[in-house]
Write a protein that binds this ligand. Sequence first.
Ligand code: ADP
Length: 262
Amino acid sequence: LTEELHQSQKMDAVGQLAGGVAHDFNNALGGILGAAELLKSGKNSPEKHDELIDMIITAADRAGRLTKKLLTFSRTGAKVSSAVNCAHIVEETVELLRHTIDKSITVSVENSALQTSVIGDDALLQNVFVNLGINASHAMPEGGTLTFTLENLILDEEYCEVSPFDITPGEYLDISVSDTGCGMSSEVQARIFEPFFTTKDSGKGTGLGLSAVFGTVQEHQGVVTVYSEVGTGTVFHIYLPVTGETVRRTIEQKDLTDASGQ
Ligand code: ADP
């Protein structure tokens, strides 16, 4: 428990780090640069030309909202209070990744969820998926498969009681991001959510991506888990409470906490 507490204090601190903003912002800038370079080549069909311009607008808009949200986040905590469609955010992320990561990586989406709305913040959630997608691409330098899967699931009381995570029973959207990359040893897995933990060369990794993922998922009353095997690949699961009973309860609890001035 002490270790957990220590970890969550470090996560709080990371919310205030300017370095985190720079990292997320860089992902958006990467999309803008990639699209601008393709435009500069001048060899695009009119449709492709328009598509690239749209990508630049979307990424710039995301970057703008991101800084705004993160500034708000460092002052008062994120405002995760409107319904957002995760399937839509995942589709947008995949589109962005297809243009920015190596062509030897196949990116696909499998969506069997009936309910894909959650209460949250779209720019922060997109950042979670972009971070996980880019990490997956780094794990597959020789190419491979990156799959986003959306599924609904019910976590009952029995499950939540034995789960190592602090999770409330209810309906969840399970968004998983899996790759066929290098995988991680258990020593690495144990440290990935720590701010500044990276196994990448300096200049390539900041070690802030997954701590931002952890922080955002926590803000959304969700849970993030990881399964990984060296040489086989990695799958991250993000469980988010779906709109409906679970979310209504969460908001009521939050209102009560807010009302009591905490
Ligand atoms: P960074 O990517 O800047 O190193 P992150 O916090 O995003 O920082 O990730 C921390 C570390 O977790 C990475 O350096 C890498 O060792 C490991 N990691 C994250 N995602 C994956 C993945 N999909 N496959 C293998 N290792 C991963």
